[in-house]
Unconditional design. Structure first.
Length: 157
């Protein structure tokens, strides 16, 4: 990555490079596209973490996770902002509904296992998920009723 940016006359900070890789995952085509965009934006300057956050949208799964959390919290403004970001990277509504359904099923499973008395690390192991994701989900589900998740999932279907 450093060689590519230097061939374009700019450089990238370590934290910006890590965030870029985190946001694009293993999509090589997107990697090349985002690097070109960042190099053009930098115009010979160092590419900062702020530039990456501003110009490169997160992975779709992260967006769907954030969108579902915003909806559960009732933060419509944030939900619409995330939806618009997803539209920019060409996520159609049918795919978005599938992504959201998956997130709400995950929330339902976390809530179920939490009610069974499992701690977050056990829930993460059981669902093959990261403990951090389970912790955030539990925090966001505080005060949310099982019926709410069921109703939202039904509406998505």
């Amino acid at each position: 990555m450093n060689k590519y940016f230097s061939s374009r006359g700019c450089s990238v900070s370590n934290d910006a490079a890590k965030e870029l890789l985190n946001r694009i995952g293993d999509n090589y085509g997107r990697f090349l596209s985002e690097i070109d965009k960042l190099a053009s934006y930098a115009n010979g300057e160092n590419i900062s973490l702020q530039a990456v956050k501003k110009l490169v949208s997160p992975k779709e799964e992260d967006d769907a996770f954030s969108l579902s959390n915003a909806l559960i919290k009732g933060d419509i403004k944030k939900a619409i902002e995330i939806y618009r970001q997803l539209k920019i990277i060409s996520v159609d509504e049918v795919r978005l509904i599938g992504m959201l359904s998956s997130q709400f099923r995950f929330m339902d499973m976390v809530l179920y296992l939490d009610n069974k008395g499992l701690v977050s690390s056990s829930i993460a192991r059981e669902l093959s998920s990261s403990p951090f994701r389970v912790e955030i989900t539990l925090r966001n589900l505080y005060g949310v009723k099982k019926e709410t998740l069921t109703n939202v999932t039904e509406l998505l279907y």
